[in-house]
Design a protein. Sequence first.
Length: 516
Amino acid sequence: MTLGTPPSKNGKVGPANQAKAANKQDRKLKAQDTGRPLTVSGNPLRWLRHKAVWMTAAALLLLATAGYGIDRYIQANTVTYYHLYQDGELIGEIADPAAVDTLLEQRLHEAYEANPQVHMELEAGDISYIRDRGFKAAPDTAAALEALGSRLSTHAVGYEVKVNGKLIGIAKDEQTAQKVLQQVQDRYAIESVQAKGPQVMALSHKQSKVDANADEREVTAVEILEEVGTDRVQVDPKRVTDEDELFRRLAEGTQQPITYTVQPGDCIGCIATKFGISSQVIYQNNPWIEGDTIDVGQVLDLTVERPAVTVQTVEQVKESIVIETPIEIREHPELMAGTSKVVRPGQPGKKLATYKLIKQNGYLMHEELVEEQVIVPPVTEVVLKGTKVITGEGSGSFAWPVKNWRQTSSFGPRWGRQHKGLDLVGSKSILSSDHGVVEFVGTRNGYGKTVIVDHKNGYKTLYAHMSAFSVEKGDIVEKGDKLGDMGNTGRSTGTHLHFEIHKDGEPQNPSKYLND
């Protein structure tokens, strides 16, 4: 914009020359008024040149002042705004990106209010902005937001929970899916706050003496045996499974009545293996069973809850066992036959037995003696007896009837029944635990092929489930003599020896006597 006019090329007077002429005319008039000739002190040309400079400076100042005012006006009316893009496509202009954030938050909030039980996601695409400025720009934010809003969509996101590829339910998020799976495991065990690891929270069933009398118990492993997967999927909100319902489907499962008629050659352990259940289920559902005895034609209830997942726990259980006082008998020639004298009283000892228990959904599937540690050694009682030897009389000290033995079941209550001895596996030969006389050789109900040795001192030992005999009734045996071979006869759950010790007709815990 031009604010001043320079002298024209056609000879016309410009404003500066007009001023000079006016001054000259004014002086002429003043001279005429006074009647004296006009005189100017100094150099008249120099004075005119100073006057022209001053006038030019004033004009420039006026122009500069006017220009500064215009710039300020333009700046005051220049507006910053933003071009809004979605997936690279221009949607419109907005005054502030915060308006878009508010719109997105509002839409997501509305989606959650409409579906509070599920996890919702807003599909907004790739939103970007380009900053711009314009004189008196007026971006239509409302129109841009309306256009963007029409392009937004929401959907629910869930996590499918599958067991061996079968869909069980859809959790609202992965955290919920993992939480429910952990709750299923925690139904049988919880994390220990101690450094030694997880320990049992609660046992659903008291299935063995080890469970009932354990001094110390810890879970060394907890796992779900089936393959469990969780996959993220977009889903209709109505298909999302409630957390409690998902737990019920995983942990409680279904229960259909199952019955079975006992066939020739069946045993409780065999039937349990055949149906993939614990022997405990059979005892628990059929309380009329006495010992291990079942007969052909009897109908068994094998109904058991079958959850979608199988939680297997491996437990380490420690039990304190009293070691009975060993007795050492010394012959003494001065004592009459049949008489005895205690010369050193004995004391019982104490040992710590460690068992490994494997359970599935709380039911015992396998029990194994892992280690025995003597805590307090017993003190042997020394008894002097007459020199007259009574043929077949035991020493009162018992040896393990199997070499390289491994205990698979303990003495005491098991599955609601009294287990009167120990179950052992190991070397094939069955050995007499002490000196004695063979009282019985034959087959007994539930025990199969059995040998009973009378030790003539109030004790008797029983050896069951044998496959063959090496002795006959009336034989005198020494400690360690072979009685027969280990087998799987009678109501047996596999090749093993069932071993009992009786004192005055009452079954004893063999672990209290077997120490060598």
